[in-house]
Write a protein that binds this ligand. Sequence first.
Ligand SMILES: C[S@@+](CC[C@H](N)C(=O)[O-])C[C@H]1O[C@@H](n2cnc3c(N)ncnc32)[C@H](O)[C@@H]1O
Length: 266
Amino acid sequence: MNKAAILTSDFSQRVRAGFARRAAHYDSQARLQQAVAWRLAHWCRDLPLLAGPVADLGSGSGLLSRALMRHWTALAGQPPLQLDHCPSLLALNPLLASALPAPQRLWDLNDGLPIELAQAALLASSFALHWLDDPVGQLAGWCDRLAPGGWLLLAVPTAGSFSQWRQAATAAAVPCTALDLPEAAALLAAIGDRGLRPHRQDLLRFSQAGPDGLASLRQLKAIGAGTSRQAPLSPGQWRRLRTHWPSPGGLSWEVLLVLARSEPCA
Ligand SMILES: C[S@@+](CC[C@H](N)C(=O)[O-])C[C@H]1O[C@@H](n2cnc3c(N)ncnc32)[C@H](O)[C@@H]1O
């Protein structure tokens, strides 16, 4: 294995360990993810759905799937495949123990999609794509797996997020340890290039209030989403970051929401 591949798999393992450590707290703390899942589900409520594979990619505890099952009539109570690389989050996913248990797949999305998701009727994913090594390339691969008439339903934080964090790091002259997030335009271009037609899309801004910058970063850690590709800051660097965090504290997110369809056969 070459050095780049080793670093890649190391990051994926650290992401998984981060979510595993906080798995028991995910549902009670993931308020933004919950709100976005419900918004996506409302978009879908009256849409038709083909027969074929239906999956929630990076499903975690199943927030998005549960919202879809509640609101999307055409799903008819059928749980999507719960695909994730974190066994601890999957173990807490209530859909796996429901009357009609959801199928599950322990899978690293950096390896593309499993074979059973060919000709998919729905590939849904919320707050997972940005953890992958090549979000734009993987998204293009997801689009290619849809059957004609199949739906892509996506929410992903994008490059306009965390402006306060970047500003504070620059002012404090310390490295910014935020994840590099994909550009919304690049994601939309990948979807268009694969021949999908946008049905709905939004680039939303959310602000999470907090007494200071570090409290905002603790909100990320509370759901296990604190893993960084950068080396951790020293205590002194953290103090400088906190001092330079713009006032009022808080953290803003830019989140791309997309519902797009693969062109149905004529
Ligand atoms: C912030 S959580 C979102 C979970 C869920 N989709 C939601 O909206 O609540 C990110 C999820 O992506 C999963 N994930 C991150 N990297 C992954 C990878 N390489 N392969 C599969 N799942 C991954 C994590 O295990 C976690 O469940």
